[in-house]
Design a protein around this ligand. Sequence first.
Ligand code: 3EB
Length: 317
Amino acid sequence: MFRVRHCHGPAPATLPERALALVSAGADSADGGSGTLGDAPGAWRLPLRGLGAPMHELWLADEPVSRGMEDTLSWSASGEVIMAQLRLEPPAGGLAQATEAAYRRLYGWLAQWGWAQPWRIWHYFPDITRRSAAGERYHDFVAGRERAFRALGLCSEQYPAATAIGSHGTPFVLQLIAGRARSQPLENPRQVSAYHYPRQYAPAGPAFARARRVPQAGGGAQMLISGTASIVGHHSRHAGDIAAQLGETCANLDALLGGREASAQALRVYLRDARQADAIRPHLRQAFGEHAPLWLLEGTICRDELLVEVDGVWGGR
Ligand code: 3EB
């Protein structure tokens, strides 16, 4: 149905035939970003700096792919899977309103073309922890998404897996993957479901699943795992200690996979402080293995004390 893998070296000038998406890092990365690619449907650049050797992520369908663009919404789809990106310029009416509008547009647009709800959504926007009228900009974002889901009549079992990471660029970028197959939400027994967090973190509980499991046509499944950090229950753990935070994050990932046989296909590791990249690499190798598909990116986690977050795709049962 779909596969994802890391490719080393700078992004190619054209998309491979069956590529749903070729996701590369921002223009200030070591490889200078993705060159001539950039906004073509499927050729998406994260507003984050890649740390280390140039690389990109390739999402492949096993059928032919068609692509299109409607102003700042670009998409690429096979018969079974669709990926889309929506780029917003700095929202005039505030982040909550912009998030609500973006969600209503994306969900309405998918439904109009007969696609089911997204399996997974990524959000990257600037100044995620900056103070705002509602508390912090991340809270504005959470409130806007919550309003959209309420208007759309979603229940928590339908919430997509998600990542929300602070960027240094200007645009607000949303990317999603959806498909014909029914996915199941996975929650983490070590963590309170985000949508049940107490109100201290955001006005409404953040509406996302810890992961969604997408069954594959030939058997097996892909686990699309949300941004996962050093949170136990609903409390951040190990403030200031990135190695201990990584350990707790791995315990959360293990708990989420719940003893299923699973292998990492492509993982993103977000670091609040790019200067910690070299120090964390040996810990990452120890945690995930020497040849694990890890992509290090500079990005701000939505709680000030959190230094590292991991998301990605695991293949398994
Ligand atoms: C957490 O576990 C960390 O609001 O979409 C991770 C993944 C986090 C997704 C979101 C937030 C989101 O609460 C933060």
